[in-house]
Ligand binder design. Structure first.
Ligand SMILES: Cc1cc2nc3c(=O)[nH]c(=O)nc-3n(C[C@H](O)[C@H](O)[C@H](O)COP(=O)(O)OP(=O)(O)OC[C@H]3O[C@@H](n4cnc5c(N)ncnc54)[C@H](O)[C@@H]3O)c2cc1C
Length: 372
């Protein structure tokens, strides 16, 4: 019987594991993959996380992270706008970051079970049980944290409203070497039915990651054909594709990238990170929200184990705290995303922002939070 069981070892799961183990609690985390591994993610992390990560014992710059201070957005035609980033951020691959955080969690005393998938969860009179595809008997814990990301078969039981709604988006990612992109810049290059982020990460590499629709991919038959016919209409992307070295044998692809709101607590399971709902990737804030969400949740779980918060109060306080910090940002991300992917709308947006850069800055601020 563990005090806390965490399903999923992305940023939300790992930060909870570090915090709760450091507090002397008995923590198990189950992750279906084995570190280190690549994920579809733009790998731009907002500086709002920096003081907290450093306090946790993780210095991104010691892992080779690169500071990013400028933003460029381009319409499919190539019309573009450059702005300094208010708070800025850094680039670091999830391959490096998640593996380093998993080591930190283990050092803090968490038990990590990797290469093992949770198949289903059940309530017990005093806690929860989780059944995996490997362990002969279920894991048991008093508190269960769901940090299994944007979508999982576990949602079928825990978030069925969400599970049965299909999402039209797919995400594609590469690591590349290029001289076609400024080092300190994060760019968002638009194309018909999608947008592509590019920014530098460690070891002289760049992360290139885009979101588009399943329908468009189906129309062109495969990724390479779609890239040639659609993405490369944008002159910035054409130049990057023509002059860069693509480092993966084939791109990483994920389906069903959805942005509808999800539950924060379901059947007593405390959800964290993307499991509570994912912010549109163009905001570049999903990682910051996962880390911040884990800070908030782990602090309340510590109070519960210290006996200063009842189980009911833990759930209520968490939902309130989540709503206050993240609801507005998710809503803003969903609405801003409507402007992207339509060539004429994006053109109009970039054109207006060229005349009124202050408006662009206000919009950008809606998609981020304060330093925490
Ligand atoms: C195309 C795209 C680009 C993005 N770009 C950025 C960006 O530049 N900046 C940014 O801040 N955010 C970005 N994001 C968002 C960001 O990736 C997520 O918000 C962030 O990864 C959320 O972390 P998490 O810990 O909640 O989930 P994840 O990182 O998804 O972790 C969930 C973990 O749970 C594991 N898991 C799932 N099911 C099970 C199971 N049944 N049993 C055991 N383990 C399980 C998974 O293997 C995974 O490791 C992007 C997202 C997409 C789709």
């Amino acid at each position: 019987m563990y005090d806390i069981l965490i399903i999923g070892g992305g940023l939300a799961g790992l930060v909870n594991a570090i915090e709760l183990s450091k507090a002397g609690l008995h923590v198990a985390l189950i992750e279906k993959q084995t570190y280190p591994f690549h994920r579809v993610c733009g790998e731009y992390i907002s500086n709002e996380t920096l003081p907290y990560l450093q306090a946790l014992g993780f210095d991104p710059f010691a892992q080779g992270a690169v500071a990013l201070s400028e933003f460029r957005v381009s319409a499919p035609s190539g019309r573009s706008l450059r702005l300094p980033l208010d708070l800025g951020g850094f680039g670091l691959s999830r391959y490096t970051m998640d593996a380093a955080l998993s080591e930190l969690a283990q050092k803090a005393g968490a038990h990590l079970y990797t290469g093992q998938k949770v198949l289903r969860v059940a309530s017990l009179s005093e806690g929860f049980a989780a059944y995996t595809d490997q362990a002969p008997s279920p894991f048991q814990a008093r508190v269960l944290i769901g940090a299994y990301g944007k979508r999982s078969h576990l949602d079928k039981d825990l978030q069925s409203d969400y599970f049965y709604k299909r999402s039209p988006y797919v995400g594609v990612k590469y690591h590349i070497r290029t001289s076609a992109h400024p080092e300190a810049q994060i760019a968002l290059h638009n194309f018909k039915q999608g947008y592509c982020g590019i920014s530098r990460i460690e070891a002289g590499k760049y992360c290139l990651c885009y979101l588009t629709t399943r329908e468009q991919l189906r129309q062109y038959g495969n990724i390479a054909a779609m890239e040639q016919a659609v993405l490369l209409q944008n002159p910035y992307l054409r130049h990057i594709w023509a002059t860069s070295e693509f480092l993966y044998a084939k791109p990483l692809v994920i389906n069903e990238v959805g942005f509808l709101p999800k539950s924060r607590v379901s059947q007593g399971v405390l959800m964290c990170g993307d499991t509570t709902g994912m912010i549109a990737p163009l905001c570049g804030n999903g990682m910051a929200m996962a880390i911040h969400g884990a800070k908030v949740l782990s602090s309340l779980v510590k109070d519960f184990f210290a006996g200063t918060l009842s189980r009911a109060a833990l759930e209520q306080e968490y939902q309130k705290a989540w709503q206050k910090r993240f609801a507005q940002r998710l809503w803003a991300g969903r609405n801003i995303q409507h402007w992207f992917g339509h060539p004429r709308l994006t053109e109009a947006l970039v054109r207006s922002a060229q005349w009124m850069p202050r408006v662009a800055k206000v919009l950008m601020r809606q998609t981020h939070g304060p330093v925490f």
